[in-house]
Design a protein around this ligand. Sequence first.
Ligand SMILES: [Mg+2]
Length: 172
Amino acid sequence: MIFFDMDGTLAKFYYHPQYLELMYEQGYFRNLQPYKLADYANNLAASGIPVAILSACIDSPYCEQEKRAWLKQYLPAIDENHYIFTRAGENKAEAARKYMEQFGEECKGSNLFLVDDYGKNLEQWENGTGDYRYFPIKYFNGINGTKKKKYKYSFKTIKQFEKLISTRFWVK
Ligand SMILES: [Mg+2]
């Protein structure tokens, strides 16, 4: 299963200098522009690859509903059952494990990929628990990556991502 983060990975979240305040306003999440990666992720899902959304929501009445509407517009091939929303600061590996457990024995031993722009989420992913293998994949979106941290799996362009997943594709 490939899990995609939204803010800063599928959606251009940081483009407005006042995003920290604006994100609490109605329409902020709904009107974000997509990265090309959104289209690519949608195509993966449409071609039958197991894809899920794993995104944190802030404490705002608009956030989750607007993210759902945004996903329906830009990634229509992903089923709503594959949306996982966490609270900001929650461990994404834990949320993914709980999500996978609903599929029971059949999915034990699965490879779980997280495509995310945020290092802390990827670190936690690396230490995910349960009967799964966790592969963190860093997306360099042109804004992040200022700490110069090295990642085993990372990409900047769609081409690089394509190569990465075609050579490491043990998804089940
Ligand atoms: Mg993000």
